[in-house]
Design a protein around this ligand. Structure first.
Ligand code: AP5
Ligand code: MG
Length: 217
């Protein structure tokens, strides 16, 4: 399956993607995680992305689209993928259509995670991420690690993302409304959008998502 996951910052895209990718046996491709990996490795691409991410703005399309295209061309993505955080504006959505056309493939669904703004603010404020593996995501209240500051899964150090400060989150939400939400209408016109509520326990949301995708969890 080829799926795009969309939803505001803090909706739970990364959290759900880890389970959905496993259930559907497809790789989880997160442009945010790819940028963060480049930043921690100090690559030129990471250096370029960092200033935009710090400001809560989108990294320019010429950087983002090439990176996403290269990742989708890797062998593990030949049979499908779950895109998290890409596309994020209309020109990226059009570029993705072009990439799919070139490879003679198409999207199966765009899964839209709906969460009220006050809830995403709470989710982001308490989020803790693992330095070793960006798919290990915790929350100080909703999904606390057994030992404070330590990842349950691998023992890695837990940290707070640099762009999770209050001001940057406000900017990211603005950018989501102005630049990313329009892609939902773009995909509605292609009859690809399935919208689910992302409120409730993580496993309940996964079950809802699998049902919406026509799969049982
Ligand atoms: P990115 O990393 O994609 O961030 P985002 O879209 O803002 O989303 P988040 O990762 O913040 O939230 P999430 O929905 O994954 O939530 P999570 O599962 O962690 O992008 C970061 C930046 O990179 C962008 O601002 C931009 O600069 C750049 N970028 C990335 N892609 C780009 C692109 N295509 N073009 C240009 N620039 C790009 O969950 C959040 C918290 O909630 C966690 O603590 C979790 O434990 C908790 N939680 C999850 N589910 C539940 C639940 N059901 N109940 C209670 N708590 C829950
Ligand atoms: Mg994420």
């Amino acid at each position: 399956m080829r799926i795009v996951l969309v939803g505001p910052p803090g909706a739970g895209k990364g959290t759900q993607a880890a389970y959905l990718a496993k259930n559907l046996s497809i790789p989880h491709i997160s442009t945010g995680d790819l940028f963060r990996a480049n930043i921690s490795q100090g690559t030129p691409l990471g250096q370029k992305a960092q200033e935009y991410m710090r400001a809560g703005q989108l990294v320019p399309d010429e950087v983002t689209i090439g990176m996403a295209r290269d990742r989708m061309a890797e062998p593990d993505a030949a049979g499908g993928f779950l895109l998290d955080g890409f596309p994020r504006n209309l020109s990226q959505a059009e570029a993705l259509d072009g990439i799919l056309r070139e490879t003679g493939t198409e999207l199966d669904a765009v899964l839209d995670l709906e969460v009220p703004e006050d809830e995403v603010v709470k989710r982001i404020a308490g989020r803790r991420m693992c330095r070793n593996d960006s798919t290990h995501i915790f929350h100080v209240e909703y999904s606390p690690p057994k030992a404070e500051g330590v990842c349950d899964a691998c023992g890695g150090e837990l940290y707070q993302r640099e762009d999770d400060s209050e001001d940057t989150v406000r900017k990211r939400l603005e950018v989501y409304h102005s630049e990313t939400e329009p892609i939902i209408d773009y995909y509605k016109a292609q009859e690809l959008v399935v919208t689910i509520s992302a409120l409730g326990r993580v496993d309940e949301v996964t079950r809802r998502a699998m049902e919406a995708l026509g799969r049982s969890a």
